[in-house]
Design a protein around this ligand. Structure first.
Ligand SMILES: *[C@@H]1O[C@H](CO)[C@@H](O)[C@H](O)[C@H]1NC(C)=O
Length: 963
């Protein structure tokens, strides 16, 4: 959600009036860009950019004022420690900054710098602030879950007056070269520079200084205009600790592309940000905000932040993770290396980045790859992998603001069945509550939530309800009373409970940095506390940036105070994650002994949120441009470690034309999180309302998603174990194909070899799919062998009723072919396995399945198969070489004993498969079954279908032609 118009303090009072007015006039509103800061309106961004400009202008004489004291260096057990001195004025006065560089067993390195004076609390705060005096240093405790074990094998390989070398990493092929004067670090792999810190001398930690009132500015004095109290949009930030930003330039020599740092709109390959044709003017900003009706192709901040960047070139991927929860801006420029006179300016392109955060310590992880997979894996080791989802969560979600009553929900539910359209979850937005008090039901419209929940449950369906972090401030309502009495809310700068405006009017905000607040929050979700909820009720956390209608930039004042004495500025980007986590803990403890996976959607997020649920891209619009923008956004989430992502199908604001809505469904089936949603002022648009032929086309698209749920679930499993994106961009799957590095409108689904390029432009009836390799490609639907060539585009016809979808040769795709009402209803259906024969005549694939609900998979209760087609046989073995018979089967695994492989299709089958019967061997038994061989015909591949295979999905089996 969603504002319709700008922020207003009297929101609740004018709300009803406005929404009725808006029904009469089409709102011509766009994002109020001026409600959000540009770099020049953010003091520290402006100062650090100016610093960069000064360095650039004096490039030959510029010297970074940070130098390591030679005698301070020590190295022990994988950790280098030293002190950096910063010369702060022409008199040569200095400040001290302790440096720690840690080398981890996982192959990552971590550079940390703090400020001694603040560390020692040797400073005074302004305005009698009770804030902590240190730089914020606790982000890691919320974000990191592993990967920081020190590497005792890392060794100091060289040390002299000017530099120190440390060798570390796999086979010791990583090296950190630390220069002393000025302080610089050059991270090398196999002897070559990959990532450079402070190479351009932009490292800057604003040391603490006392405010001197009425200083008489002297010639040459720093411009202090943005050091102290800062105003924006009528709000004043009191900045009790004064200027304290931290900035660093990070260069990637020889790397032309950088990706990551969601959440923004725009291309997957990030643009330059310091102007020039086609470039952005402003740095990419990370400051979680409720940006409604956001603009496209913009470095402007959105709802979530993941400060993880990957640099990519042919043969190598490296990256950095900037662990800082404060407002952060990132400038990107690229340069052509023309040092070689023979290259005539055609040298390699390098990318130079400049990271700037408002507060906190410097804490940066460095990844040296060399593959994209190494990066996503190592980043996941640090911040956690995607949680195994609820099975239903991978299916289709139906949402709008709002289904107005329990009867409305029941009616929509019935109509989906009438039209035989599968769906798994129906959602309730804000209006289900009683007067916007969460954990309550609007008594007239939702008089009987249990009967609603039961009707849904009867078809294996679920309900998601909205719970936000603002708690209506109202007498006589227990949650408000408890929050206030137990002091569990965020405070203002004077350490009194902060009050702001949001959906319910006057509200307080739960402070989930406080462990006691989490303990209290958990109790609210218990079935006997949140009455009307059932086992099939799940949660949606919205507005957790946090969104505050009357706050600066629609959020909280930065000088607000959180648990532990930290200012809001320090933890802003973590706020959404901690609320999401508290809700996650609540869902885990709804009932004693109930151990089920929570499903919680969040709007705001940070690194680590992937452990807790799904995200969506917020309040988009029912316009073609927003459909197009959704693909790079979802792909970016995937490579940035939070792949359970989707955009509102149909577009949140506005009324999509029928062709747009149809195309959006055909695209949405390729989002890991597949949900339709709509604004309260938009017309109803459930797929059965579209009318023919649209309803039928959309139904077919949704059914395609359902048929492929086994493949999707397996892709989620892969994300869960090693951080692989669920939908994968070309550079990730084909890291050596340069022409694919900027492609962000087509994707592979997991490791299935399914290559999709949804149509995202109006009136387009064909599309050009870029082919990344020399493999054979088949049309998904017709089995036509495509005439492809590596690196060339393939034109595919795509009228409105068709989806451009190819199958790459060499894969096995697991499916369930009988359409049913919901994923749960398909749980014990038999499988279809589609093998696509590669040029080499083989295929391989994977299936992972568990009960989709509990944590029993942690105790071996799952089926994990590897399928292979080679040497004239199709085989299935346990993917982990387990002795599956030795596993004590729980209820679900016992039920799966009856689940079989119904059909095997081999697309591109060689003539050796031309037989009327197939021989199936499994568990010491063998039998024959019928098989049809279809000769290649008019461009269509030869294929076989083997019917009623009958082998149990969880058991080893072999199928071959019975010649
Ligand atoms: C999540 O909540 C648990 C339980 O209260 C707490 O121990 C943990 O630190 C929290 N983690 C995050 C990432 O918020």
């Amino acid at each position: 959600m969603r504002h319709t118009i700008g922020v207003s303090c009297k929101w609740t009072t004018v709300f009803a009036l406005l929404s009725s007015l808006l029904l009469l006039v089409t709102p011509a509103v766009a994002v109020k860009e001026h409600d959000f800061k540009k770099c020049h309106q953010s003091g520290f961004c402006q100062r650090n950019r100016a610093y960069a400009d000064a360095a650039e202008a004096q490039s030959s004489t510029w010297a970074s004022p940070y130098n390591i004291i030679h005698d301070s260096i020590s190295f022990d057990n994988g950790q280098l420690k030293a002190t950096i001195l910063k010369t702060i004025n022409p008199n040569g006065d200095t400040e001290r900054f302790p440096l720690t560089i840690s080398f981890h067993k996982s192959g990552t390195a971590r550079v940390g710098v703090d400020e001694e004076k603040r560390q020692n609390k040797d400073i005074t705060l302004r305005h009698d602030s009770q804030a902590r005096k240190e730089r914020y240093n606790e982000a890691g405790s919320w974000v990191l879950v592993g990967g920081v074990e020190l590497d005792p094998e890392a060794r100091l390989s060289h040390q002299d007056e000017s530099q120190v070398n440390v060798n570390y990493g796999p086979d010791s092929n990583h090296e950190a070269v630390v220069r002393l004067s000025p302080f610089e670090v050059d991270f090398r792999r196999d002897g070559a520079s990959q990532v450079k810190f402070n190479d351009r001398g932009l490292f800057n930690m604003e040391h603490w200084r006392q405010k001197v009132d009425n200083p008489e500015p002297k010639e040459g004095d720093d411009d202090q205009s943005t050091w102290w109290d800062e105003k924006f949009g009528g709000n004043t930030d009191t900045k009790p600790r004064g200027p304290e930003s931290v900035a660093l330039d990070i260069s990637f020599p020889g790397y032309e592309h950088v990706y990551g740092i969601p959440e923004h709109t725009g291309s997957l390959s990030l643009k330059q940000t310091r102007g020039g044709e086609g470039n952005h003017e402003d740095p990419y900003r990370l400051f979680n905000s409720d940006v409604f009706e956001y603009v496209l192709d913009s470095p402007m901040t959105l709802y979530g932040a993941i400060p993880f960047m990957q640099a990519h070139r042919k043969g190598s991927t490296v990256g950095v993770f900037w662990l800082n929860a404060a407002e952060t801006w990132i400038d990107i420029i690229k340069s052509k290396d023309s040092t070689n006179p023979l290259s005539l300016g055609k040298g390699k392109t390098s990318t130079h980045t400049h990271w700037m955060s408002e507060s906190g310590i410097l804490d940066v992880f460095v990844f040296l790859g060399p593959t994209p997979r190494d990066l996503t894996m190592q980043y996941g080791e640090l911040t956690g992998y995607t949680a195994m989802p609820q099975e239903f969560a991978v299916a289709y979600h139906q949402c709008r603001w709002n289904y107005i009553s329990d009867d409305d929900v029941k009616d929509v539910d019935r109509r989906f069945d009438k039209f035989k359209i599968p769906y798994d979850v129906i959602w309730l937005d804000l209006e289900y509550t009683d007067d916007r008090k969460y954990f309550t039901w609007q008594p007239d419209m939702f008089a009987d939530p249990i009967s609603m929940g039961e009707q849904l449950a009867s078809h294996g369906r679920n309900l998601v309800v909205l719970i936000d972090p603002h708690i209506k401030k109202v007498d006589g309502w227990a949650p408000s009373k408890e929050l206030i009495a137990q002091k569990l809310a965020v405070n203002n700068k004077d350490n009194e409970m902060y009050e702001g405006w949001c959906w319910p009017g006057a509200s307080n905000w739960i402070d989930c940095f406080n462990p006691k607040a989490i303990e209290w929050w958990k109790t609210l979700f218990q079935y006997d506390s949140f009455k009307g909820t059932m086992e099939n009720t799940f949660i949606w956390n919205d507005m957790n940036e946090p969104s505050v209608f009357n706050g600066p930039e629609a959020s909280m004042p930065r000088d607000n105070m959180h648990f532990g004495g930290w200012e809001h500025r320090d933890i802003h980007n973590l706020n959404g994650l901690t609320f999401h986590n508290a809700t996650f803990q609540g869902m885990l403890s709804r009932k004693k002994g109930e151990l089920r996976r929570p499903f919680i959607l969040t709007r705001s997020f940070y690194s680590g949120s992937q452990r807790l649920g799904a995200m969506w891209t917020g309040d988009n619009q029912a316009e073609w441009g927003h459909l197009e923008a959704s693909l790079p956004m979802v792909l970016n989430q995937g490579i940035a470690g939070f792949p359970f992502a989707g955009a509102d199908v149909g577009g949140f604001f506005g009324n999509p034309e029928k062709d747009l809505l149809t195309r959006w469904y055909q695209t949405g089936i390729f989002y890991p999180f597949f949900r339709a949603h709509a604004h309260i002022d938009s017309r109803r648009r459930e797929p059965y309302l579209l009318g023919e032929p649209y309803t039928e086309i959309v139904t077919q698209a949704i059914r395609l998603r359902y048929a492929l749920l086994p493949a999707w679930y397996t892709a989620f499993y892969q994300a869960n174990v090693d951080g692989s994106p669920i939908v994968r961009p070309m550079f990730w799957t084909h890291p050596d194909e340069e022409a694919g590095f900027a492609i962000d409108d087509q994707l592979f689904v997991g490791s299935t070899g399914l290559l999709a390029k949804p149509i995202v432009q109006q009136g387009k009836e064909s599309t050009d799919i870029w082919i990344p390799d020399d493999e054979v490609y088949y049309d998904y639907f017709s089995y036509e062998v495509k005439k492809t060539q590596k690196g060339k585009h393939l034109t595919v016809a795509a009228p409105l009723d068709s989806i451009p979808l190819l199958m790459r040769g060499g894969h096995v795709i697991p499916r369930r072919d009988i359409p049913r009402r919901s994923a749960a209803m398909m749980r014990f259906d038999d499988y279809t396995l589609v093998a696509t024969v590669s040029k080499a005549g083989t295929a391989e694939g994977e299936l992972y399945v568990d009960d989709g609900d509990s944590f029993d998979y942690e105790h071996g209760q799952y089926i994990h198969r590897t399928f292979a087609l080679q040497d004239g046989a199709f085989t299935s073995i346990d993917a982990e070489g387990r002795d599956t018979k030795a596993i004590k089967a729980g209820t679900w695994l016992q039920q799966m004993e009856n689940v079989k492989v119904d059909k095997i299709v081999i697309v591109g089958a060689p003539a050796s498969w031309d037989s009327a019967k197939a021989l199936v061997q499994s568990e010491g038994e063998s039998w024959t079954t019928s098989m049809q061989y279809h000769k290649a015909d008019n461009g269509r591949a030869a294929f076989v279908t083997i019917g009623r295979v009958g082998a149990r999905i969880g058991h080893d089996f072999t199928v071959k032609p019975n010649l």
